[in-house]
Design a binder for this molecule. Structure first.
Ligand code: FDP
Length: 331
């Protein structure tokens, strides 16, 4: 007997109706899902099609090989454009802000089409991460659209696909963080609400331990005093690491690099990108009952971006741990 699970599309339809919303968001999400499935297909067959090569190299047919992240970017933009509902997009792969439908568009989208590039050559998990905000729709209340870069607290949704695992997580503002998986027909099904576990037994720590000596002294001290309480897990792709964290709890961190013996290698602003990496994880985490702060211990979602490719340090995870590290960072 076949068991039918609730589909993502049905879940979202119910959600939009429950909150008296339009169907525009369904159209946008449909495009995002199609893009993710196409990226996933390319990724799975990448080695065969010689898509996992280095950009600029030449394949056996004498064609230039595109890097997988360039392919992923092109796929996402194609499907976003087709919705006619996106006003502007920011992609990790492109320097400038992309105007898609400046007059009629309704959503801003900030995305990294293939996060975790060091995993690509091995076919290991990577992520397609995105945050979505809405244009100012009521000129009487909000004034005309001013195209400001949205802070995380202004996002209406954020999500990620862990490619090529068939797992998709989406957080909707004030409506929770939900996980879906692809069934036999490649349809996302079975919404499961994610809640970070309160019991610290399963909590894990994820960070690049090789960088520990480069963190600021108070963070190094905290690690030395606390690391024995946790299991370490680090995949090197935020989406994959964060996917585990949402189930098991704990903390993912990418602190600022301030103590590198070669000062040119310091990254006082942090490494991760605010708008399409850190905020996406922070938004999802908040909807799952957790929290996120930056290197000053301040709420990450409240940072007002000055540049669309702005970097930040990130501490994200279970609320008690984030409260604890926040005190350390402030002190
Ligand atoms: P990557 O540079 O391999 O694309 O900012 C991207 C990111 O991966 C994250 O996905 C990941 O968590 C982090 O950087 C890994 O950085 P390190 O290799 O420095 O640990």
């Amino acid at each position: 007997m076949i068991e039918f699970e609730q589909t993502f599309r049905n879940f979202l339809l119910r959600h939009q109706e429950k909150y008296n919303r339009t169907y525009h968001f369904l159209i946008l999400m449909d495009a995002i899902i199609t893009a993710a499935q196409r990226i996933e297909l390319y990724y799975r067959t990448g080695a065969l099609q010689e898509n996992l090569g280095v950009a600029g190299s030449i394949n056996v047919q004498g064609e230039e090989v595109m890097k997988m992240d360039e392919i992923a970017h092109k796929i996402v933009i194609h499907y976003l454009q087709s919705t006619e509902r996106v006003i502007q997009a920011v992609s990790e792969e492109v320097d400038g802000i992309l105007d898609l439908n400046k007059e009629g568009g309704r959503y801003f989208i900030y995305f990294d089409p293939l996060d975790g590039s060091s995993n690509v050559a091995h076919g290991l998990p990577v992520g397609f991460m995105f945050g979505i905000a809405k244009r100012q729709l009521d000129p009487n209340l909000q004034g005309p659209e001013d195209f400001h870069l949205r802070a995380g607290i202004e996002y209406i949704a954020a999500g990620m696909f862990v490619i090529p695992t068939g797992m998709f997580t989406l957080a909707l503002r004030d409506a929770g963080c939900w996980r879906f998986h692809a069934d036999e027909t490649n349809t996302y099904v079975k919404p499961v609400r994610m809640k970070l576990p309160e019991n610290s037994k399963s909590w894990e720590l994820a960070f690049n331990a090789a960088n520990t000596y480069t963190f600021k002294d108070s963070v190094q001290k905290w690690i030395a005093e606390n690391e024995k309480k946790f299991t370490f897990r680090y995949l090197g792709a935020l989406a994959g690491d964060f996917h585990r964290l949402l189930s098991n709890g704990g903390m993912f961190m990418y602190p600022a690099i301030v103590n590198h013996p070669d000062p040119k290698k310091n990254r006082p602003q942090g490494k991760l990108r605010l708008m399409y990496e850190a905020n996406v994880a922070a938004f999802m985490c908040k909807e799952a009952g957790g929290d996120a702060v930056d290197e000053t211990g301040s709420p990450l979602l409240e940072i007002k971006p000055e540049k669309h490719h702005q970097r930040t340090a990130l501490y994200v995870g279970s609320k008690p741990l984030i409260d604890e590290i926040s005190k350390v960072l402030k002190g």
